[in-house]
Design a protein around this ligand. Structure first.
Ligand code: BGC
Length: 326
């Protein structure tokens, strides 16, 4: 090759290295288990606005499509097929059913699309990590909060009360539990660890009632109303696995003529704005911040890292925070 030719080639190479990488347009597919969920609504709105912020601030653009799984696994599976056909560059996935994680993730991995799992940790029934093998796939990770911590915080809030939740002084804390979707590890852990925090602290507990409210406000209200009419004053503490159900329970408590902080205690998780206000007004005893801002930003950051070809960790954790009256 001639010397002049070599020189031209070298100059082209140097110029190419000096130029900024070409801006990219990325297609992002977000599949939410159900739009009709107070917490996941905050979460998905924050996901979208953080992607928009990044698009506005940088060279790369993120075209985000968010779909509603309507709490139907077959529907969500179709939505994932569509994302794959459309050739999205990354998928953020809030599974309807974690027991279907294997099948769904297999499809996404086969299509070589990175996948960020959020909110519903893909654990087996016994917490035995039987689904966690899917996180061994490069390009698949889970972003969330350790639900054991939220349950522990609920129990600690009760333990820290002057009477430790034993309003009638009979030596035991009599509670009802209103659970989220029982397949969801958040529901299982919050149910277990709220009570464990009390027994670990040496308090005696009595479970009067434990029912499934499926994360829904109306169901929380119905279950709490039933329990209050059945057990009356014996109910000292109402544990709800989330704030939506606690909002329902608060309405039932008021309708039954009971008063939070005086003859009953009420706990939730999420720290929805209306519940934080109720905690400060004394209409709820406490809640636990489920940090949708921290989690959605961590999910977007992981998606962007995957798009840039970076290696993902298996897990990205965000802490819960205890919320009591200011
Ligand atoms: C939240 C619930 C929500 C559920 C959805 C939980 O982490 O606390 O409010 O309904 O996630 O999966």
């Amino acid at each position: 090759m001639k010397k002049s030719m070599l020189l031209v080639l070298a100059m082209v190479f140097v110029l190419a290295c000096a130029l900024p990488a070409a801006a990219k347009d990325y297609k992002v597919g977000v599949a939410i288990y159900q739009f009709d969920d107070n917490f996941m609504t905050l979460y998905r709105n924050e996901l979208k606005s953080y992607f928009d912020e990044l698009s506005a601030a940088g060279e790369d653009k993120y075209d985000v499509t968010i779909v509603d799984g309507k709490n139907d696994m077959a529907e969500q599976s179709n939505q994932i097929d569509n994302f794959i056909t459309q050739g999205v560059d990354v998928i953020i996935l809030n599974l309807v059913q974690t027991s279907s994680a294997d099948a769904i993730i297999d499809k996404i991995v086969a299509a070589e699309i990175p996948c960020i799992l959020i909110n519903r940790e893909p654990l087996g029934d016994n917490g035995d990590e039987s689904y966690a093998g899917i996180l061994d796939n490069a390009g698949v990770c889970y972003v969330g909060a350790d639900a054991r911590q939220s349950g522990t915080f609920q129990g600690e809030i009760v333990a820290e009360l002057e009477n430790h939740g034993d309003i009638n002084g009979d030596g035991k804390i009599s509670y009802i539990m209103i659970e989220g979707d029982p397949e969801n590890i958040d529901a299982q852990y919050r149910t277990e660890f709220s009570v464990k925090a009390l027994t670990d602290a040496g308090y005696e507990v009595e479970c009067l009632d434990d029912q499934v409210g499926n994360w829904a406000q109306a169901k929380g209200q119905e279950l709490c109303a039933n329990a209050l009419s059945k057990y009356g004053d014996a109910v000292e503490v109402v544990f709800c696995n989330n704030d939506a159900m606690a909002l329902g329970a608060a309405a039932a408590i008021q309708a039954a003529g009971r008063k939070v902080g005086e003859d009953i205690y009420l706990l939730g998780v999420d720290a929805l704005a209306e519940c934080v206000e109720m905690v400060n007004n004394g209409e709820m005893t406490g809640t636990v911040l489920n940090d949708h801002v921290g989690q959605s930003h961590a999910a977007v950051d992981a998606a962007v890292a995957a798009l840039n070809g970076e290696e993902l960790q298996n897990y990205y954790w965000v802490d819960y925070v205890k919320v009591t009256a200011k």
